[in-house]
Write a protein that binds this ligand. Structure first.
Ligand SMILES: Cc1cc2nc3c(=O)[nH]c(=O)nc-3n(C[C@H](O)[C@H](O)[C@H](O)COP(=O)(O)O)c2cc1C
Length: 219
């Protein structure tokens, strides 16, 4: 697929078919993603591929913790808020998505259910976890970002969908109880991977982008 087409086709998928993704395809996507640039070619990314029953078990364990109201302890600090203009853009996504899903502002039941769906990776059959060695500097996050986008574009090229999910990294103790995360590695983020469910209402949503004039300065 043309790069231009893949870039425009990629979007966050929030509804997956249960159809499994073959190991061969996952390996091919990972191999492409591994061509991302990194500081000094250090290739700082390390990945756990979770599939089969383990995905469901993990998702339900997250949901259980969320229902219990367990404090989230992500291993990389997550944003506590945003200054403008970022805050408005952030709010817009929630507003537009909830509108497509027909979730009213005061409908706490549906909002909670949507929130739990995040923890289930929106039904994806595969979770990809990105780990970073704790000895790395915060600059390794640049490498990780490049890896993640290359991964997502390569998935599109294979007819697959992705959603980068901070939600999957909010309860690291649950992840460590289920998966062999090596000592000295920090859990950065999860990516839901699978075949998009074309009928899922959330997949009708496409987020907007601000015009260049608002974020480019020519000198
Ligand atoms: C680091 C990161 C964490 C994210 N976490 C979540 C999440 O927990 N839940 C969710 O629905 N989307 C999550 N997203 C997806 C963003 O909401 C999405 O990328 C953004 O709204 C732009 O839309 P697009 O990906 O469809 O272009 C995350 C994206 C990134 C890069």
């Amino acid at each position: 697929m043309e790069v231009k087409k893949a870039i425009r086709k990629r979007k966050s998928i929030r509804g997956f078919l249960s159809k499994p993704v073959s190991k061969k395809i996952i390996n091919s996507i990972l191999s492409q993603a591994g061509h991302a640039p990194s500081w000094g070619n250090t290739q700082t990314w390390e990945v756990l591929v979770v599939s089969g029953d383990q995905v469901k078990k993990l998702g339900e364990a997250f949901c259980q913790k969320a229902r219990e109201g367990l404090i989230e302890t992500p291993e990389f600090e997550m944003p506590k808020g945003f200054p403008e203009p970022f805050l408005s853009r952030y709010r817009q996504v929630g507003k537009d998505l909830f509108s497509i899903l027909n979730i009213q502002r005061d409908d706490s039941v549906k909002r909670a259910e949507h929130s739990l769906n995040n923890f289930r990776g929106f039904g994806a059959p595969v979770f990809i976890y990105l780990l970073l060695d704790e000895g790395l500097s915060p600059y390794a996050l640049v490498d990780a970002g490049l890896f993640i986008q290359t991964f997502c574009l390569s998935a599109v090229d294979q007819g697959l969908g992705t959603c980068v999910l901070a939600a999957l990294a909010r309860y690291p103790e649950v992840i460590r109880a289920h998966l062999p995360v090596p000592k000295g590695k920090k859990i950065l983020v999860g990516i839901a991977l699978g075949y998009p469910d074309r009928k899922a209402p959330a997949n009708r949503y496409r987020s907007k982008r601000d015009s260049l004039a608002n974020w480019v300065t020519w000198i």
